[in-house]
Write a protein that binds this ligand. Structure first.
Ligand SMILES: [Zn+2]
Ligand SMILES: [Zn+2]
Ligand SMILES: [Zn+2]
Length: 142
């Protein structure tokens, strides 16, 4: 899977630096969504010289290349990341614990929104998170 994503980046003319490769490998190894700090901690096991700025810069680039999704966790001022291995989708985010889960569904039709936005603004994509409380947090609140 990592190689598929790296090939995709090459096809789009993106240079594969060791840091970019490392970020993709770390993301592929996680089964939950890591924060930038967690990604950095893993990279540090092999390369202790990489800084958080570098991780953020590369994450942003990989997001703009469409190979990484960013999920915002409200109230916690936190962003978590996943590889965009599946088709376009959204996430359920728990407001209690911040846990995110994939929702393999998209209710948004960009071409419909383009009509409302008017011709001056060209829509190229969107992000959307669904907020709620997970079963664990609901049980804890009872
Ligand atoms: Zn929760
Ligand atoms: Zn997802
Ligand atoms: Zn969507």
């Amino acid at each position: 899977m990592t190689e598929k994503i790296i090939q995709m980046l090459r096809d789009r003319g993106c240079k594969i630096t060791p840091q970019r490769r490392a970020i993709i490998q770390v993301l592929a190894s996680f089964d939950k969504f890591p924060t930038a700090q967690e990604i950095l901690d893993h990279i540090h096991q092999k390369d202790p010289d990489v800084g958080l700025d570098t991780v953020y810069r590369n994450l942003n680039l990989l997001i703009s290349m469409g190979v990484i999704n960013q999920i915002s966790v409200p109230g916690k001022d936190l962003k978590v990341f996943e590889l965009a291995h599946d088709k376009h989708h959204h996430h359920l985010v728990c407001l209690g614990c911040g846990e995110a889960n994939c929702l393999n569904y998209c209710p948004i039709d960009d071409s419909e929104i383009q009509k409302s936005a008017g011709p001056g603004f060209k829509i190229v994509g969107h992000s959307l998170e669904i907020y709620g409380y997970c079963p664990k947090c609901r049980a804890a609140a009872r």
